[in-house]
Design a protein around this ligand. Structure first.
Ligand code: ZN
Length: 253
Protein backbone atom coordinates (compact mmCIF):
# COMPACT_ATOMS: atom_id res chain seq x y z
CA UNK A 1 0.00 0.00 0.00
CA UNK A 2 1.78 3.11 -1.08
CA UNK A 3 0.92 6.59 -2.20
CA UNK A 4 2.24 8.63 -5.06
CA UNK A 5 4.84 11.36 -5.13
CA UNK A 6 4.28 14.43 -2.98
CA UNK A 7 5.53 16.91 -5.51
CA UNK A 8 5.42 16.98 -9.28
CA UNK A 9 8.59 18.21 -10.91
CA UNK A 10 9.64 19.24 -14.31
CA UNK A 11 13.07 20.54 -15.20
CA UNK A 12 15.32 21.23 -18.08
CA UNK A 13 18.91 22.24 -18.59
CA UNK A 14 19.46 25.95 -18.53
CA UNK A 15 21.85 25.86 -21.46
CA UNK A 16 19.01 26.39 -23.89
CA UNK A 17 18.38 29.79 -22.36
CA UNK A 18 21.83 31.28 -22.53
CA UNK A 19 20.97 33.66 -25.34
CA UNK A 20 21.19 37.27 -24.36
CA UNK A 21 18.02 39.19 -23.80
CA UNK A 22 18.01 42.94 -23.32
CA UNK A 23 15.48 45.47 -22.15
CA UNK A 24 12.87 42.92 -21.38
CA UNK A 25 11.39 42.53 -17.98
CA UNK A 26 7.92 41.42 -17.15
CA UNK A 27 5.90 40.35 -14.15
CA UNK A 28 5.36 36.83 -13.00
CA UNK A 29 3.52 34.50 -15.30
CA UNK A 30 -0.09 33.88 -14.29
CA UNK A 31 0.53 30.14 -13.78
CA UNK A 32 3.35 30.72 -11.29
CA UNK A 33 3.02 31.49 -7.59
CA UNK A 34 6.66 31.94 -6.70
CA UNK A 35 10.11 32.11 -8.27
CA UNK A 36 13.06 31.02 -6.12
CA UNK A 37 16.61 31.79 -7.21
CA UNK A 38 19.48 29.71 -5.90
CA UNK A 39 22.86 28.18 -6.75
CA UNK A 40 21.61 25.63 -9.23
CA UNK A 41 22.26 24.88 -12.86
CA UNK A 42 18.80 24.27 -14.26
CA UNK A 43 15.34 25.77 -14.24
CA UNK A 44 12.74 23.52 -12.65
CA UNK A 45 9.04 23.79 -11.97
CA UNK A 46 7.54 22.23 -8.88
CA UNK A 47 3.84 21.76 -8.23
CA UNK A 48 3.09 21.22 -4.54
CA UNK A 49 0.13 19.42 -3.01
CA UNK A 50 -2.63 22.03 -3.00
CA UNK A 51 -1.51 23.30 -6.41
CA UNK A 52 1.12 25.91 -5.55
CA UNK A 53 3.52 26.32 -8.50
CA UNK A 54 7.14 27.21 -7.73
CA UNK A 55 9.83 27.88 -10.29
CA UNK A 56 13.42 27.28 -9.20
CA UNK A 57 16.03 29.03 -11.25
CA UNK A 58 19.78 29.71 -11.13
CA UNK A 59 20.72 33.09 -9.65
CA UNK A 60 20.74 35.76 -12.31
CA UNK A 61 18.41 33.98 -14.72
CA UNK A 62 16.57 36.54 -16.80
CA UNK A 63 12.81 36.75 -16.51
CA UNK A 64 12.40 36.16 -20.22
CA UNK A 65 14.22 32.82 -20.00
CA UNK A 66 11.92 31.76 -17.19
CA UNK A 67 8.90 33.00 -19.06
CA UNK A 68 9.89 31.06 -22.15
CA UNK A 69 10.34 27.91 -20.09
CA UNK A 70 6.95 28.38 -18.44
CA UNK A 71 5.26 28.88 -21.79
CA UNK A 72 6.83 25.71 -23.16
CA UNK A 73 5.66 23.78 -20.10
CA UNK A 74 2.28 25.45 -19.66
CA UNK A 75 0.16 22.41 -20.52
CA UNK A 76 2.24 20.23 -18.19
CA UNK A 77 1.81 22.82 -15.41
CA UNK A 78 -1.94 23.01 -15.91
CA UNK A 79 -2.27 19.22 -15.74
CA UNK A 80 0.05 18.82 -12.75
CA UNK A 81 -1.80 21.60 -10.97
CA UNK A 82 -5.17 19.90 -11.54
CA UNK A 83 -3.76 16.68 -10.02
CA UNK A 84 -2.11 18.38 -7.06
CA UNK A 85 -5.10 20.56 -6.16
CA UNK A 86 -7.06 17.35 -5.55
CA UNK A 87 -4.37 16.02 -3.24
CA UNK A 88 -4.59 19.09 -1.02
CA UNK A 89 -1.69 20.82 0.71
CA UNK A 90 0.74 18.83 2.83
CA UNK A 91 0.62 18.95 6.58
CA UNK A 92 1.94 21.81 8.65
CA UNK A 93 4.98 21.49 10.83
CA UNK A 94 4.00 20.45 14.36
CA UNK A 95 4.47 23.31 16.81
CA UNK A 96 5.41 22.89 20.46
CA UNK A 97 4.36 25.56 22.94
CA UNK A 98 2.00 25.79 25.88
CA UNK A 99 -1.47 25.42 24.31
CA UNK A 100 -0.30 23.92 21.00
CA UNK A 101 -2.55 21.25 19.48
CA UNK A 102 -1.34 17.68 19.08
CA UNK A 103 -3.12 15.06 17.05
CA UNK A 104 -3.75 11.63 18.52
CA UNK A 105 -6.20 9.01 17.20
CA UNK A 106 -7.90 11.58 14.97
CA UNK A 107 -8.43 14.18 17.70
CA UNK A 108 -6.53 17.27 18.74
CA UNK A 109 -5.33 17.54 22.32
CA UNK A 110 -3.77 20.50 24.03
CA UNK A 111 -0.08 20.51 24.91
CA UNK A 112 0.72 21.73 28.42
CA UNK A 113 4.18 22.55 29.67
CA UNK A 114 4.79 21.31 33.19
CA UNK A 115 7.76 21.38 35.57
CA UNK A 116 8.23 17.69 35.88
CA UNK A 117 6.64 14.65 34.20
CA UNK A 118 7.62 11.01 33.83
CA UNK A 119 9.55 10.30 30.58
CA UNK A 120 9.48 14.00 29.66
CA UNK A 121 6.19 13.62 27.79
CA UNK A 122 2.98 12.03 28.90
CA UNK A 123 -0.50 11.66 27.53
CA UNK A 124 -3.66 11.77 29.57
CA UNK A 125 -7.11 11.67 27.96
CA UNK A 126 -8.36 14.44 30.24
CA UNK A 127 -5.35 16.71 30.40
CA UNK A 128 -3.96 16.03 26.93
CA UNK A 129 -0.20 16.08 26.37
CA UNK A 130 2.06 17.09 29.24
CA UNK A 131 5.61 18.06 28.32
CA UNK A 132 8.40 18.83 30.74
CA UNK A 133 9.29 22.47 30.20
CA UNK A 134 13.06 22.05 30.24
CA UNK A 135 12.84 19.35 27.55
CA UNK A 136 10.99 21.55 25.07
CA UNK A 137 13.85 21.34 22.57
CA UNK A 138 13.44 17.54 22.52
CA UNK A 139 9.67 17.76 21.99
CA UNK A 140 9.69 16.35 18.45
CA UNK A 141 11.78 13.32 19.50
CA UNK A 142 9.62 12.69 22.57
CA UNK A 143 6.41 12.91 20.56
CA UNK A 144 7.81 10.66 17.84
CA UNK A 145 8.69 8.10 20.50
CA UNK A 146 5.20 8.34 21.97
CA UNK A 147 3.63 7.82 18.52
CA UNK A 148 5.95 4.86 17.87
CA UNK A 149 5.01 3.15 21.12
CA UNK A 150 1.32 3.76 20.53
CA UNK A 151 1.47 2.48 16.98
CA UNK A 152 3.26 -0.65 18.14
CA UNK A 153 0.84 -1.23 21.01
CA UNK A 154 -2.34 -0.75 18.97
CA UNK A 155 -1.08 -2.63 15.92
CA UNK A 156 -0.30 -5.61 18.18
CA UNK A 157 -3.83 -5.55 19.59
CA UNK A 158 -5.46 -5.55 16.14
CA UNK A 159 -3.05 -8.16 14.80
CA UNK A 160 -3.81 -10.54 17.69
CA UNK A 161 -7.52 -10.04 17.23
CA UNK A 162 -7.64 -10.58 13.45
CA UNK A 163 -4.87 -13.17 13.17
CA UNK A 164 -6.64 -15.54 15.54
CA UNK A 165 -10.04 -14.98 13.95
CA UNK A 166 -8.74 -15.54 10.40
CA UNK A 167 -6.06 -18.07 11.23
CA UNK A 168 -3.20 -15.93 9.97
CA UNK A 169 0.37 -15.70 11.22
CA UNK A 170 2.18 -12.38 11.18
CA UNK A 171 5.95 -12.09 11.43
CA UNK A 172 7.79 -9.34 13.25
CA UNK A 173 6.25 -5.89 13.64
CA UNK A 174 8.38 -2.89 12.77
CA UNK A 175 7.49 0.78 13.18
CA UNK A 176 8.79 3.13 10.49
CA UNK A 177 8.95 6.89 9.96
CA UNK A 178 7.42 6.67 6.49
CA UNK A 179 5.48 9.75 5.43
CA UNK A 180 3.75 8.38 2.35
CA UNK A 181 3.38 4.71 3.20
CA UNK A 182 1.13 3.70 6.06
CA UNK A 183 2.17 0.10 6.13
CA UNK A 184 3.70 -2.76 4.22
CA UNK A 185 4.06 -6.51 4.40
CA UNK A 186 7.36 -8.24 3.64
CA UNK A 187 7.84 -11.56 1.86
CA UNK A 188 8.35 -13.17 5.28
CA UNK A 189 5.09 -11.67 6.51
CA UNK A 190 6.83 -9.05 8.63
CA UNK A 191 4.47 -6.11 9.05
CA UNK A 192 5.68 -2.51 8.95
CA UNK A 193 3.66 0.47 10.10
CA UNK A 194 4.36 4.19 10.07
CA UNK A 195 4.30 5.87 13.50
CA UNK A 196 2.08 8.47 11.81
CA UNK A 197 -0.78 6.00 12.23
CA UNK A 198 -1.00 7.12 15.87
CA UNK A 199 -2.46 10.39 14.51
CA UNK A 200 -5.35 8.84 12.57
CA UNK A 201 -8.75 7.72 13.90
CA UNK A 202 -8.81 4.13 15.15
CA UNK A 203 -11.16 3.10 12.31
CA UNK A 204 -8.51 4.07 9.78
CA UNK A 205 -5.69 2.59 11.89
CA UNK A 206 -7.54 -0.71 12.07
CA UNK A 207 -8.01 -0.70 8.29
CA UNK A 208 -4.26 -0.34 7.66
CA UNK A 209 -3.43 -3.18 10.05
CA UNK A 210 -6.06 -5.50 8.57
CA UNK A 211 -4.95 -4.55 5.04
CA UNK A 212 -1.34 -5.54 5.77
CA UNK A 213 -2.39 -8.64 7.66
CA UNK A 214 -4.50 -9.70 4.66
CA UNK A 215 -1.28 -9.52 2.61
CA UNK A 216 0.06 -12.48 4.62
CA UNK A 217 -2.54 -14.51 2.70
CA UNK A 218 -2.40 -12.64 -0.64
CA UNK A 219 0.91 -10.90 -1.37
CA UNK A 220 -0.54 -8.66 -4.06
CA UNK A 221 -3.48 -6.39 -4.84
CA UNK A 222 -5.39 -8.94 -6.91
CA UNK A 223 -9.20 -9.20 -6.79
CA UNK A 224 -8.65 -12.18 -4.44
CA UNK A 225 -6.87 -9.88 -2.01
CA UNK A 226 -9.61 -7.21 -2.09
CA UNK A 227 -12.36 -9.82 -1.70
CA UNK A 228 -10.57 -11.34 1.24
CA UNK A 229 -10.08 -7.92 2.83
CA UNK A 230 -13.77 -7.13 2.32
CA UNK A 231 -14.65 -10.28 4.25
CA UNK A 232 -12.32 -9.32 7.08
CA UNK A 233 -13.45 -5.70 7.18
CA UNK A 234 -16.70 -5.12 5.23
CA UNK A 235 -16.63 -1.30 5.51
CA UNK A 236 -12.96 -0.94 4.60
CA UNK A 237 -13.69 1.46 1.71
CA UNK A 238 -15.01 4.10 4.05
CA UNK A 239 -11.99 3.78 6.36
CA UNK A 240 -9.62 3.90 3.42
CA UNK A 241 -11.29 7.05 2.10
CA UNK A 242 -10.48 8.88 5.32
CA UNK A 243 -6.78 8.18 4.79
CA UNK A 244 -6.93 9.28 1.16
CA UNK A 245 -8.66 12.52 2.03
CA UNK A 246 -6.78 13.41 5.18
CA UNK A 247 -3.52 11.48 5.19
CA UNK A 248 -1.43 14.23 3.62
CA UNK A 249 -2.71 16.94 5.89
CA UNK A 250 -1.32 15.34 9.04
CA UNK A 251 1.31 17.44 10.83
CA UNK A 252 4.98 16.84 10.14
CA UNK A 253 6.97 16.35 13.34
ZN1 ZN B 1 -1.52 -3.43 0.07
Amino acid sequence: MSNHAYVEKCSQSQSRFQHKFYGYNQGMHELIDEIKYSQRRTIAIEVKPGGKVIVRAPKGTRKIAIDLFIRQKSSWITQAKARMVKIGPGGDKQQYFDGAQILYQGRFYKLQLVDRIKNGLNFNAEKGFLLQRDRLDEAAELLTEFYREETRRLAAIYIDQYASKWDLIAGSIRITSAKTRWGSCSGKNGLNFSYRLAMVPLDAFEYVVVHELAHTRHHNHSPFFWNYLAQMLPDFQKRRLWLKQNGRKLPIL
